[in-house]
Design a protein. Sequence first.
Length: 299
Amino acid sequence: MKALNLDNLIRSLSDDLRVTVVIPTYNEADNLPAIAAAVFRLGIPGLQLLIVDDQSPDGSGEVADRLAAQMNDATSGERPTMVVIHRQGKGGLGTAYVAGMNRALADGADYVVQMDADFSHSPEYIPQMLGVMLATDADVVIGSRYVPGGTLDERWSWWRRFMSWWANLYSRMILGLRVRDMTAGFKLWRRQALLDIGLENVRSNGYSFQVEMAYLCERLGFRLVEIPIHFEDRRIGQSKLDVPVKIESAWRTWQIRWRYRHLHARPQQADHPYAGAAEANAALHGSPVGNPGTPAIDR
Ligand SMILES: Nc1nc2c(ncn2[C@@H]2O[C@H](COP(=O)(O)OP(=O)(O)O)[C@@H](O)[C@H]2O)c(=O)[nH]1
Ligand SMILES: [Mg+2]
């Protein structure tokens, strides 16, 4: 039997796939042209790249605007190939993702990829992630460092390895989750999964944004698939997630456990895989999913 070629599968289906890749940037001017080129080189028809920049002092926002103008001039699709959101000042990773994901959903994306600008998350995995999502009916596919086959950059010091291992163990133990890579920032989301989560309620802003999203996925009964990736150290520039962000993540883990203590996934209904999750979420938030209303969550 011929082996399944995921790239071919994606290309044959991609007329119907509206994929948006969301990349938040803060001082990534030197990475942006290369990462944008690498994403577009995948050749996934209809793919949109969405940059969320926070007035980066190094001019990332202007670099993104220039790239978007070039890309959109050269293509004539139903929707723009590249979009840039400019926010006023450094607002944090979590709110940048929420802004980008909301825009992607409003613009009709069926699949949303989240990833760093710094090549830690190789765009080469995106076709595989899409293939796995389509083949397994997963709601979320996670590019994971901590499943068999996943690897970390050899240049990571023992201290960074230890801190990453510790952050994962800490949040998994406190929240009682099965996901292996709790702080993974490389994910593919199905549209309905993001709608069911209710992004307007997500509070965490640093690494804990990833933890809160992973927690909601498991509690809402989503199908999660982790695929192994090689995680490369950022090629250029420095990490934007500093010590205060790490401290935020430590206490947020407890807050996440407290806020969502009443959240349980309902049994899923055969004809609508999300029905249970949506209902549970609506009950939790005290308002229909997708309607901001007044959420009934402990703050
Ligand atoms: N818009 C925006 N992007 C951010 C912010 N903080 C980090 N980023 C971006 O989020 C991604 C992850 O941050 P990074 O520094 O790579 O974190 P690390 O991989 O954990 O060291 C990168 O693309 C950053 O440029 C922020 O406050 N606002
Ligand atoms: Mg990074």
